[in-house]
Each structure stands twice: as structure tokens, then as C-alpha cells.
Design a protein around this ligand. Structure first.
Ligand SMILES: [Fe+2]
Length: 304
């Protein structure tokens, strides 16, 4: 009997870097009705039924990922992501119908409100703008995005010209996440299928307004040891009852992205970091944020 054919595996293809999951982006908003109409009625999120079920905030579940939209600021304020959020949705055809309906509902429910909502089909995907100006790009499920039918696949930030090499260096050396830069674009790998992308543009960018993304990392202390990522204290703003970020030890600010050093630098985005005692929970890629339930979420499908 012949010996079984020896299979060769390249196990390195399954390696992941220090950032293991991109869980949410957070933008303050001034009217929760618009968030429901765009993200739930339009994009197909479900409202998290247990965390922030009231009017001060809304957590929008896309599979194992989320969008957070607090609306408690006084006076009201709205933020927008300086870039594009990439989602996977089960059906682009159904999405188009829902966005059409959501736009009509915005006019019916809040006729006096002018929003930045728009959407169009383009090159086999759907691009839309949320009511406050955050751009989203929706893709059909694909092996490129992993075994999901619904979820946040990437955030693609707009950055000034001449910055992507430095950004890739920051993620490689400080965050220890595999990153490459080429032709005005830096790509940072998160887990096996998610990405942070930084795309250079000459378009004038608005001032940084405080929005953030949240990631899970394995080695939590390294960015602090590098003294590059600075702790910030934003969560307690306007919420004296909340545990300050510095005390939670859970948030830091990504370095500025301007190429020149030794000058006052504008902030770009923040990381809201989650990690359990420097260990990554075994089910980190499959479960929602700590304290949340799987009820109201779309399970990961079994597609290989
Ligand atoms: Fe957050």
C-alpha cells in the first residue's frame, strides 16, 4: 500500500498580529431617530437590546461588530469619521431597497431636517453617507472578508499626503500589527480578515472632532511603554459619574499623522482598547464586547 501523500501546509498564513479585532467606531450624534433610520432601517443593524436602550446612546450591532452613537452631549454635537467604514451585508439588492425606504422615512419623520444622507450603487457595491457625513461602503459577503454575512470589515481613513509610510511604521513597531505602505495607501491587518486602511488625499480635512475606533489587542502595555500613544481622558467628558478613561486604562490616542515632527500636531483618531489581563480570550473573534449579549446579533455563518 502506498504511503499517504504528504500534505504541505503553510501555517504562517494563519498568523495574526497584535491587533486581533476591530469592534466598533464611535461618533456622537444629535438625533437618535436618524441613527435608527440609517443604520437599522437602512444598513440592517439591530439595536443592542441591553446596553444603552434609552435615548442617551445607541449601540448598533452588525454581527460581532458595532457602531456606537452617543447623543447625550450638551449642547448637542455630531461627529463624523474622517474616512469610510466598510461593511459586509448579506444582500446588496435588499440593501438598496432598504436605503430607498430609509431616505423616504427621514423626510417623513423629520421633514424639517436637512441631512447629508445619500447612497448609490457603484462598481458592484453600495456607497452611502450617513445623516452626519460619515461615508460607508457596503460589500457582498466574500472570502476576502472572512466567514461573515454582516459586519464591519475595515475603516479606511483619509490622511494627508506623505504620511502612510510613518503610519505603517507606527502600526508595525508600536502596535505590532502587520502593516504595509505603497502608492499612498497603508494597510494594517487586524485578526485574519479585518483591516485598517489609510489613504492619502489632498482634499482638505475637517478638524478632528473626537470620534474613535475600538480594537482588541494582545499586548496591551507595549504602546504605553513606547510613550508614543498617549492616554486620553475623553469618556468622562460631560459624564462625571463615568469611570475616567485614564482610570480604566483603556484608551489612548493614536499619534498625529502629519509628516513634520517637533511641531504641534493635530490629533487624528483614538483607539479604545479592550483586553482581559493581557490575555486574549479564546473566543475573541466570535463574541461581542464584554458585557453584551449575543441576542439581537447575526451569528457568524458557517461558510468556509
Ligand atoms: Fe468606544
Amino acid at each position: 500500500m502506498n504511503a499517504p501523500e504528504k500534505l504541505k501546509y503553510d501555517r504562517a498564513t494563519q498568523d495574526v498580529g497584535n491587533i486581533v479585532h476591530l469592534e466598533h467606531y464611535n461618533c456622537c450624534i444629535d438625533d437618535q431617530r436618524l441613527a435608527v433610520l440609517f443604520y437599522v432601517v437602512g444598513l440592517g443593524a439591530t439595536r443592542d437590546p441591553y446596553i444603552f436602550p434609552g435615548m442617551e446612546n445607541i449601540w448598533l450591532n452588525f454581527g460581532r461588530t458595532q457602531v456606537h452613537m452617543p447623543s447625550r452631549a450638551e449642547p448637542p454635537k455630531a461627529e463624523r469619521l474622517r474616512g469610510t467604514a466598510g461593511f459586509v451585508v448579506p444582500s446588496l439588492e435588499d440593501l438598496a431597497k432598504r436605503l430607498e425606504h430609509a431616505g423616504k422615512e427621514m423626510k417623513r419623520v423629520i421633514p424639517e431636517r436637512k441631512t447629508r444622507f445619500e447612497w448609490k450603487e457603484k462598481d458592484g457595491l453600495i456607497e452611502a453617507t450617513d445623516p452626519w457625513g460619515t461615508r460607508v461602503r457596503c460589500h457582498a459577503p466574500s472570502p476576502e472578508y472572512g466567514p461573515i454575512d454582516l459586519g464591519l470589515a475595515y475603516v479606511d481613513f483619509d490622511v494627508p499626503p506623505g504620511t502612510v509610510e510613518g503610519i505603517a511604521r507606527f502600526y508595525n513597531e508600536v502596535m505590532e500589527a502587520p502593516a504595509t505602505a505603497s502608492k499612498g495607501r497603508a494597510v494594517v491587518r487586524i485578526g485574519r480578515h479585518q483591516k485598517l486602511i489609510f489613504t492619502e488625499t489632498k482634499a482638505k480635512q475637517p478638524e478632528y472632532d473626537g470620534h474613535h475606533i475600538q480594537i482588541y489587542i494582545a499586548d496591551f502595555s507595549k504602546p504605553y511603554r513606547c510613550r508614543v500613544a498617549l492616554p486620553v481622558d475623553r469618556r468622562s467628558e460631560g459624564r462625571p459619574q463615568a469611570v475616567p478613561d485614564r482610570a480604566r486604562d483603556a484608551q489612548h490616542e493614536a499619534p498625529a499623522v502629519q509628516p513634520t515632527a517637533r511641531q504641534p500636531q493635530p490629533r487624528h483618531h483614538q483607539h479604545d482598547l479592550r483586553c482581559g489581563k493581557r490575555r486574549v480570550p479564546w473566543d475573541i473573534l466570535r463574541r461581542p464586547a464584554s458585557g453584551t449579549s449575543t441576542i439581537g446579533r447575526t451569528p457568524i455563518c458557517a461558510r468556509p
